[in-house]
Design a protein around this ligand. Structure first.
Ligand SMILES: [Zn+2]
Ligand SMILES: [Zn+2]
Length: 303
């Protein structure tokens, strides 16, 4: 049976694909778009869920990527080909989703649960080919009540989507609603405004500025790329406080000096840190990654 999309605001649906979220903007019978495309190999699951919501054979107008990391763009090409639709990304993200450049490497030494697991994440370049289109300034294609904002820091061309009328924010990995640095929070999935996925974040000053900008929007509903979406009444104040007290990790490859990139990809990287964890030790906890990948978190949430 198809997994069901959960409504988090009018015409906004949420579907967790293992530990990464995707969102659907639009209503049955009308135009809709997919925001992010989940982990690789999940296209069928996404199609089934979208048909359960929008009707058999229903297709979106476009796929919009908040950024091109593997857990957000993994199934994008398969879906775009099946639906014959374009994939939109920010100009500065394009080199990383068209095979022109790899992303700056993850930093497994930055500390925390996800940093540990990041050693097992695939690092190959992603090429979504000719399907990729640059987002044009201002409006989100096909859903004109939404706008997009550049929210760099986690990745160079990261964007967030915002609906002004009722202040709904889809923030991708600009930040998260689960603390992925903590093993227990990661496994239980407890809601909490948190740093973006730490080992993959390449510019912490820009990350902080982006969070401040998003807090100034005073969103009532927040759906991020990771964690259960939040819609509490005190959310604008909580996000403001989070932005005020936000701190980068104490140490890490990109903490004092960011990775520099441009429209062709990587320009300059801080030196690679020494990684003291022997690979064999790390492999012994690989099963945790597998449990996450197998959808363990989804099972828990549905109970
Ligand atoms: Zn990311
Ligand atoms: Zn992510």
């Amino acid at each position: 049976m198809a997994r069901l999309i959960t409504r988090i605001a009018p015409d906004v649906g949420w579907l967790p694909i293992s530990f990464a979220n995707i969102y659907f903007i639009g209503r049955p019978g009308g135009k809709w778009v997919l925001v992010d495309a989940g982990l690789p190999g999940r296209a069928n699951e996404i199609v089934e869920a979208s048909e359960a919501r929008f009707g058999a054979g229903s297709m979106p107008e476009a796929i919009i990527l908040t950024h091109g990391h593997m857990d957000h763009a993994g199934s994008a090409l398969g879906l775009a080909e099946k639906w014959d639709v374009p994939i939109y990304a920010h100009r500065l993200e394009v080199p990383f989703v068209t095979g022109r450049s790899p992303y700056p490497p993850a930093d497994p030494t930055v500390g925390g649960a996800l940093a540990f697991l990041s050693r097992f994440f695939p690092t190959r370049r992603r090429d979504l080919g000719k399907r990729v289109r640059e987002l044009q300034p201002g409006k989100v294609p096909s859903v004109t009540s939404w706008k997009w904002l550049a929210t760099p820091g986690h990745s160079p061309g990261h964007i967030s989507l915002f609906r002004t009328s009722d202040r709904v924010l889809l923030a991708g990995d600009a930040f998260a609603t689960v603390n992925m640095d903590s093993w227990s929070s990661l496994i239980v999935g407890r809601q909490r405004l948190s740093r973006p996925p730490t080992p993959f974040t390449i510019n912490w000053d820009a990350t902080h500025s982006s969070i401040k900008e998003l807090a100034a929007l005073r969103p009532n509903v927040i759906g991020c790329g990771h964690g259960v979406p939040i819609s509490d009444t005190d959310l604008p104040e909580r996000l403001e406080k989070f932005a005020e007290t936000f701190r980068a990790p104490k140490r890490g490859r990109y903490v004092r000096r960011p990775a520099r990139t441009d429209e062709n990809g990587i320009v300059d990287l801080p030196p690679a840190p020494f990684d003291p964890i022997p690979f064999a030790t790390a492999a012994s906890v690989m099963c945790i990654g597998i449990a996450l990948g197998a959808g363990y978190l989804d099972e828990k949430r549905q109970r």
